[in-house]
Each structure stands twice: as structure tokens, then as C-alpha cells.
Design a protein around this ligand. Sequence first.
Ligand code: 1GP
Length: 246
Amino acid sequence: MHSMKKAIYSQILQSKKKQFCVLVDPDKHNDESLKKFTHQIAQSERVDYILVGGSLLRKNNFETSITLLKSETDIPVILFPGSTLQISSQADAILLLSLISGRNAEMLIGNQVLAAPIIKEAQLECISTGYMLIHGGQTTSVQYMSNTLPIPMDKPEIAAATALAGQMLGLKLIYMDAGSGACQPITAEMINAVKQEIEIPLIVGGGIRDAKTIRDCCKAGAQIVVVGNLLEEKPEMIRQLADAID
Ligand code: 1GP
């Protein structure tokens, strides 16, 4: 049981290649569209993980979305919770996010206190993650909903020091996000500066809309690249994007 509970993190650590992750926002789907999208993801055979979460869920379909994902594909489902409402025992793991780029105590530790007993009871593999929001050109939903100030894109040294502090505090992953739908994805310079400073794996996402950006992210040091919006619009691009990871 114990080893089972570290399966996903071990997989991330042991992977010799970069990994590709698709973000599913349940708010953008009904059962039918999610089923179709899940098949498209599964058929590509190129997606390493499915992340599930969103800044604001207006429908009561979080749990049923996880049920559907789990029944339609073998790809591991990892929770990327926008709030404590987004926890499900059916998932394979959860990123327990601490929003370390911000100074909002609720996002740093308050929500985690609420979530911890539920995560324990759900027996979810818990991967503590330093979540860093980087300013990607406009106010994103995460910025507004979390009531935090993102790190400016032209301050890689602040991002690097923040990630290092996260690692020193014992966090197991750093997730650098420009925010879903960001007009500017995180620059290679920013990724590189953070990567130079840390040994724990680095996830990068937000506003990625082409294969070249994925290649640049990987070269600069991202271990996992996350794409959400683009694939919701153009799922046929999965293979092309996954190829850029290789
Ligand atoms: C957001 O990194 C993810 O948290 C994905 O962003 O939807 O812009 O790809 P996009």
C-alpha cells in the first residue's frame, strides 16, 4: 500500500524522458464532450498524465468527470485543485498546491489545512507542489481567484529564489504557470533560471499554443509540459505537440 502511494511521483522522478500532460477543466465539458475528448487523448497514446481542475467550477460535475476519465482511459488522473471542493478519492494522485509566488495565507497553508484530512481519508497519493504564478500578460482567473500577485515575467531571479525556497521547505515539485489562457507563455529564460536553482522536477504550463514553445520549454528545463485550452479547441494537435516533447 505504501509503495502504491508514491507511484505517480516515482514515475515522474524516474522518467528518463520529458512528459506531456493534458489539463481537463470539467467546467468546459458535459458528459458527452468529455467522453469524446477523453477518447481523443487516449487514442493518441502520447499523454502521460491527465490533470483535472479549474479556478472556478460552475457545474456540479467534478466527481462525475473523474469517474468518466477513470472509466474511459488508463492514463493516470492527477488532481490540480482550484479549491478544496476539487478532491476525489477516484483520482490517482493530487498536487497539494501551495501558492508560493503569492502572499495570501489561505493559499499558502489555509486551504491545505482544510484539505489534509480529506486527502488522508481518500488515501490519495499526495504530491506537495510549489505553485508559482508568473505574469503572462493579462490578469488570469487564477490571479483573480487566488487574490495573489504573480511574479513579473522579467524577474527570473525572483522566480528562481522562490522555487529554491519551495525546495528547501521540502516541496516535491515546482509548477510554474502563466495561468490558463495566458497570452504569453513562460519564457525560456525564466524556466532556465528556475531550473538552474532546483533539483526537484519542474512543471510548466499556461498559454502554450504550439509545438515550438513546448520544445523551448523542454530545452530550458521543464520536466513536464501542460497544455489545456489549445487541446480543448484543437484535440487533433495532440500528436504534434507530444512529438515536440520527444
Ligand atoms: C493552466 O497550465 C495550465 O493552469 C494550462 O494552461 O489552458 O493556457 O494551456 P492553458
